[in-house]
Design a protein around this ligand. Sequence first.
Ligand code: FAD
Length: 554
Amino acid sequence: MKVDVEKARQDTYDLCIVGTGPAGIILALEYQKLQPHHRVLLIEYGVDGTPPRNPLDDSINIVEPRNHHLPYECTNKGLGGSSASWGGRCVMYDEIDFKPRKILDGQCTWNSPLLHEARRYADRAAEYFHCGEGKFNLAEIPGLASSRIAEHFQNGDVTDSVIERWSLPTRFGKSYRSQIEASPAIHLLTGWEASTLGTRPEDGAVSEVGIRDLARTRREKIIARKIVLAAGAQESTRLLLKNRQLFKNQGSPPPALGKYYQGHISGKIASVRFHGDPKKTEYGFLRSPDGVYLRRRLQLSTQALLENNLLNTALWLDNPLYSDPAHRNGAMSFMYLAMITPGLGKRLAPPAIAQAFTKGKSSGISPHIKNILKDLPGSLTMPAAIFYSRYCMKRKLPGVFLYSQRNVYALHFHAEQVPVPENRMELAEDGETLNIHYKYTGQDIDSVIRTHEFLDRWLRQCKCGALEYWFPKNELPAAIQSISKDGLHQVGTTRISATADEGVVDDDLKVWGVPNLHVCSSSVFPTSGQANPTFLLGAFAVRLAHHLSAQSRR
Ligand SMILES: Cc1cc2nc3c(=O)[nH]c(=O)nc-3n(C[C@H](O)[C@H](O)[C@H](O)COP(=O)(O)OP(=O)(O)OC[C@H]3O[C@@H](n4cnc5c(N)ncnc54)[C@H](O)[C@@H]3O)c2cc1C
């Protein structure tokens, strides 16, 4: 139920969760099922009817914005957090992501048993995301196990059977508001920012959460036995950085706090030309028996990644750049013009997603108009059908992928980054501003290029196809640098580790040295893998609920 601050400050809560994005909401609902008599407080900074500006986003400084989206494009504030604008792509991490590897230079500080545990909670997480089952390989899905991405493709060093699943996309605020508001055990306090974490001198446990209102003029205190920071990666990290006293018993904050920030390096530098029957190429979505949209991802096997010292990367078939009228496709030209129309583009997709449609050099609108006229009426009927499936259905069409008679598709890569301490979040001297340093390293870029080369060799070996690059070889590094941007997937800055020297939280997501403080955010992932992080985060939130519940029974 919704509570005001007068009510919240009088209670002693069993669990206080800061933030109501997917992580906070899954944790609260799952915990409440396990411990129906416990009192849970959800503190949410955002309010309904999001104001155009807020002090949290205004005090984030992206130091080098070339490869990082601006703060307002990266997160949302309010019930449901950034799920208000997320795409809904649910992807699972792989075995390789948990393995120490030469290329990670000792920075893979978690372990494989954690992945196995997370998999135990995948079905439950999938229920919260409305994405069917927690299975991410076609081999496990009856009826889809034996098909291939294209004629002659062979599964081996490269696999085509790992899939992404698509959520509705579930807007967690909209989907779970009534359940939260109807629950007498879950209290929801909105419009307050958790800002300080007061500690007990004897054991360093958090004894109170200091909160302030949006105008930052009023301050109050919340008392809880256990506290979980689920405020998103940036804000969970900032809260720990601001509260150095938490680490007094250890002498200083964990050296890794705020460091090793990663996202993904992503874009298109090549097309793939398949040699077989174009009608046998699976270029679009598959549907699971329960109607969920699924899509294949091309990935290198664990062994191939280890042997070739490559970062984990997923690749999928895509359309050519919308902005380049050489695609000669009327529907694509129509959609491109819609996305660049001032006012309209913003309504069709959040800026970070709209960029996928609009990026590339513009060659003026007349060649696009020619494409539209040439393909009439399809140039208009196809976008209309897509618009209906994308905006009017409950389970929305997650994307638009068009058939190529020539059997040539753009290849979209989505790749891991090496965790380096220089990519970091740190507090400025004013004690409030979060400076974010984020760049792609030479190793990130080199791995993308070598992964393409590997895939090319594999396709040629199977006599399935070959890659056609969009740039001369010597221009590939600069092209990759210039097309890729992240900041939506935020990983690494409060990472899991076996010791306080290497990371910030332990395997149970408890902050090292603080007995009752946990972090539930993708910031705990030490590696970024090829996967968008939110699904694994959901599985970790379910797991944390079970862990905290079991702990309170002891
Ligand atoms: C445009 C876009 C597209 C994306 N697409 C995908 C995708 O397809 N697949 C995928 O896996 N991921 C995607 N993501 C990332 C995904 O949205 C995030 O990984 C996910 O929302 C993180 O969940 P969270 O609960 O940790 O944090 P958030 O969703 O960021 O929620 C955190 C909440 O905490 C609140 N808060 C922050 N600080 C405080 C404080 N001090 N006190 C109180 N409350 C606080 C915030 O207001 C917010 O509501 C996308 C993100 C964006 C922006």
